[in-house]
Ligand binder design. Structure first.
Ligand code: PLP
Length: 404
């Protein structure tokens, strides 16, 4: 099992399939899942891959084959999961802000559902009564996560039913005999500190007596992965120990037991992904030297959207002395990937690789500036397989209705 893809393999992939190119390492994804299984091996834990991070159908199939389950953010993701062979029972749909018809579709697929508004919960009760188990997504008023855009549990967040409205949840449950089978809280992404998860378990602990039909407690995703050399990740082994303690406390206090659910996205696929670009132009200015690559935020939006950090490596000239570059794209908009970054000397035509590109990379790409979305390649069993073709001109016109 190889946990990283060598420069030689990346260069070979770029030569075979062109750039810009997303490359994923199957071994690494399986390894990440094994790490989680190991960390929670003494607990009754189910892991659902938050597939909004990367939904290529081959990745979904790989995830399923490795024994992991799947968390979806739209009913179409659930359909993709079904296409990838997941049984309905292993599919979770954690919704937010959706119309009730999408919840009806999810019920018709027979998948697990977390509801995040009182209005949909009421409609759910009126329509299904006790007949279909459902989870409740709560907003705990906890500020956590790497930055505000990826913090979802704080007071001003749109996600979940505010915890202070829990009595209304209970009233609806009683009025319609709703079978509330789960409680869900996802506080955000890139949560380094295990104590944030334990704040959530404390909240759950107090809520347990109010929900007699509970079967699962869902702590969402958000495990932090390292981006920089000195970065720390979420200590999942420590989290595993704490979860074991939480389960024991529940058994002792309530003589009940629950499944504990997690929904990691980044943890499973971020480090498995590489984004390869080619340098189009070098531009020396009084402010900085720009290295302009054949991509932009249309292909990797995270630096501009979240100010996220991606290691950038010059795999064409890795041993050259470091110089400072501002790496930008070719989009007619400011699309800075990194400002004044030390990178081995760059020449036009060199291949620059962005690490940690597996999660929310291709998945958030677009056709902005009418550029093609990149191809995707999966390295599996030592071989590079094309898993999504590069777009072509016809793709830009597809679905447009030409009137003239
Ligand atoms: N679950 C929910 C409800 C989310 O909103 C997200 C992402 O924000 C995730 C899971 C996955 O988060 P991450 O990729 O940080 O693990």
């Amino acid at each position: 099992m190889s946990l990283s893809i060598s420069n030689e393999q990346l260069i070979a992939a770029a030569e075979s399939f062109g750039t810009p190119l997303y490359v994923y390492n199957a071994d690494r994804i399986v390894h990440q899942f094994q790490q989680l299984k190991q960390a929670f091996s003494t607990s009754n834990v189910r892991i659902f891959y938050a597939c909004k991070a990367l939904t290529n159908i081959n990745i979904l199939k790989l995830i399923r084959q490795s024994g992991c389950q799947v968390d979806c953010s739209s009913v179409n993701e659930a359909r993709l999961a079904i296409h990838a062979g997941f049984p309905a029972e292993q599919i979770l749909y954690t919704s937010n802000g959706i119309g009730f018809s999408e919840i009806e579709e999810a019920v018709s697929l027979g998948i697990n559902i977390n509801i995040d508004s009182l209005s949909n919960l009421e409609k759910f009760g009126q329509r299904y009564g006790h007949s279909y188990p459902v989870g409740i997504r709560l907003k705990p008023n906890i500020m956590a996560g790497g930055n505000l855009k990826i913090s979802t549990g704080h007071e001003k967040s749109k996600f979940g039913i505010p915890i202070e409205q829990i009595q209304e949840v209970i009233s609806l449950m009683n009025r319609y005999q709703i079978q509330i089978a789960g409680l869900h809280i996802h506080t955000g992404s890139e949560i380094k500190d295990v104590s944030v998860f334990m704040q959530v378990t404390d909240l759950f602990f107090d809520l347990i007596p109010s929900f007699p039909e509970l079967k699962f407690l869902d702590l969402g995703g958000g495990f932090k992965v390292p981006y920089k050399d000195d970065d720390t990740a979420t200590d999942i082994r420590l989290l595993g120990e704490k979860i074991r303690g939480f389960e024991e406390k529940i058994t002792q206090t309530y003589q009940r037991s629950f499944e504990i659910w997690f929904e990691p996205g980044k943890f499973l696929v971020s480090e498995a992904g590489y984004f390869i670009t080619s340098v189009n132009v070098l531009k020396v200015t009084s402010a900085t030297t720009f290295a302009g690559v054949n991509s932009g935020f249309n292909h990797l939006i995270r630096p501009m959207f979240y100010e996220s950090y991606h290691r950038i490596r010059n795999i064409s000239n890795p041993d050259a002395p470091l110089q400072h570059y501002t790496v930008t794209g070719n989009i007619c908009e400011t699309d800075t990937f990194a400002w004044d970054r030390a990178i081995p000397e760059i020449r036009e035509g060199d291949l620059l690789v962005f690490d940690n590109a597996g999660a929310y990379g291709f998945e958030m790409s677009s056709n902005y500036n009418s550029r093609y979305r990149p191809a995707e390649v999966l390295i599996k069993g030592g071989e590079a397989h094309l898993i999504r073709k590069r777009e072509v001109f016809d793709d830009l016109l597809r679905n447009q209705v030409e009137l003239f």
